[in-house]
Design a protein around this ligand. Sequence first.
Ligand code: GAR
Length: 197
Amino acid sequence: MKNIIILISGGGSNMAAIVETARRDDWAGRYGARVAAVLSNKAEAKGLVFARSKGITTDVLDHKGFATREAFDEALATRIDGVAQPGEATLVVLAGFMRILTPVFVSRYAGRLVNIHPSLLPAFPGLHTHQRAIDAGCKFAGATVHLVTAELDHGPILAQAVVPVLPGDTADALAARVLTQEHLIYPRGIADLLQKV
Ligand code: GAR
């Protein structure tokens, strides 16, 4: 089995879209893949409730309990690797996981670590993407699914979706429009990757 481990920090709507698509499109039968666990760095992350309701193993690893970024990432990798049986592939999916990962962690999962970012990368890496797009006068915004490399919000692009920025848009309105597209392209990008790992 290929194990998909999804890391979240909040609402987990992208995680839920991946879980629902995996069931609907029979990723187990098609790709030999399953969502094996959902991990969060925040105990109060709402997405954990959804994952548990679907019978998916969940785990919380609070970064505040670690003195360094390196120590947290090492513990995170230990949890992730503990899910797979020897010889099984692991795909690590960042879905609103609001942590910067160390180069050691990133290289450990090179080619198997994927992220979604709410902008048309390489434009607007980092935070507050929607407000920055509005402030810049962008006529289009969107989201990007990409492989994670050591540089934040960079890495080979797997999928993108474009939405219009409408007159009078607030950051929240634009974020909601982008999010509906995220729910389509993230499962699609992961399904493509599952055929390569
Ligand atoms: C999504 O919009 C995702 O693209 C963004 O956080 C949101 C999480 O929503 N990720 C980042 O900003 C990462 N830099 P969700 O928890 O409902 O999936």
